[in-house]
Design a protein around this ligand. Structure first.
Ligand SMILES: C[S@@+](CC[C@H](N)C(=O)[O-])C[C@H]1O[C@@H](n2cnc3c(N)ncnc32)[C@H](O)[C@@H]1O
Length: 284
């Protein structure tokens, strides 16, 4: 077999010099601040995303740009926002929502449980939280009969802004179950016909907050369910394990933790019962 060297195709075409040292600087910063590990395979992606910031604020070198990131909190935020990956969709990995609807909610009904707390950790643009809300709404788990609250958090403040607005491209429709569409979502008309908007019945259940999972958390209540899906995949193994332990500490007894389908985290059996389909139930 011939060994073909990996060529970074972007290299020749770069408008600004982006050396190994620059990449290492970004890598170290992101790991420390967000837990996100950017491997060498991400060099072109990192360059491509950051270069837009350089152009926008009118600086000519990465060195100059990093100095600004160090000095100014708002550019630090924009820098982090630029490097997060926010792919999501309504009812992504639907089995978790099916379990909530068909197993957990009937169980709660039987127990006469009336105080419900759910956390969507790493919620991106909010589709995950609205999917949860639409299920709770459809099963009448809403105020005033129920004290229901969904907390949806992310460290990326740009995606949180989109989440708060609850306006999405119309294609979002396709992944929402038919019977949940009518009560929870409105199709735009006229100039807005290519958009979909969430209804107040859903919005009222959710609070969106900027929270970095690497920092300490202060919550009034523990949670019945934590969704943290397709977030830890970007973290190193030891950080993932630490986070799982912290999530366990924030779950009520019997609480459910849902992680992403490709997040194979060692040591998950500790303190959890595995239910299958990347769902874990806190033992005690
Ligand atoms: C790929 S999206 C997943 C969205 C949703 N959970 C889903 O599964 O569709 C990952 C999200 O995690 C967020 N994230 C990454 N590191 C984070 C951290 N340290 N604290 C909070 N959010 C983080 C990113 O900003 C991004 O919006």
């Amino acid at each position: 077999m011939i060994d073909i060297p990996v060529v970074d195709v972007m290299k020749q075409a770069r408008e600004f010099e982006f050396s190994d040292m620059h990449f290492r600087h970004v890598q170290k910063f992101m790991l420390k601040e967000t837990g996100i590990f950017l491997s060498e395979r991400k060099v072109s992606m990192v360059y491509g995303r950051l270069v837009r910031r350089l152009r926008l604020i009118g600086v000519n070198t990465f060195k100059e740009y990093f100095d600004i990131v160090n000095r100014k909190a708002d550019e630090r935020e924009a820098f982090i926002n630029a490097l997060t990956t926010n792919k999501t969709q309504f009812f992504r990995e639907k089995h978790h929502f099916d379990y909530l609807r068909n197993d957990l909610l009937p169980e709660w009904k039987k127990e006469h449980k009336s105080n419900i707390r759910i956390w969507s950790a790493g919620c991106s643009t909010g589709e995950e939280a609205y999917s949860i809300a639409s299920i709770l709404e459809a099963s009448s788990f809403v105020p005033p009969m129920y004290d229901t609250k969904i907390l949806a958090t992310d460290l990326d403040t740009d995606v949180l802004e989109i989440a708060r607005q609850g306006i999405y491209p119309l294609e979002g429709y396709q992944s929402i179950p038919q019977d949940l569409l009518k009560n929870g979502f409105i199709r735009g008309k006229g100039l807005n016909k290519s958009f979909l908007k969430t209804k107040a019945v859903l919005n009222n259940l959710i609070s969106f907050r900027a929270i970095n999972l690497m920092s300490s958390w202060e919550f009034k209540d523990d949670f019945d369910v934590i969704f943290c899906r397709n977030v830890m995949i970007y973290f190193e193994k030891n950080m993932q394990q630490e986070l799982i332990e912290r999530f366990r500490g924030k779950l009520r007894k019997g609480g459910l933790l849902c992680i992403g389908h490709s997040e194979n985290i060692p040591g998950m059996d500790h303190g959890f019962e595995y239910l299958g389909n990347t769902m874990f139930r806190k033992k005690n």
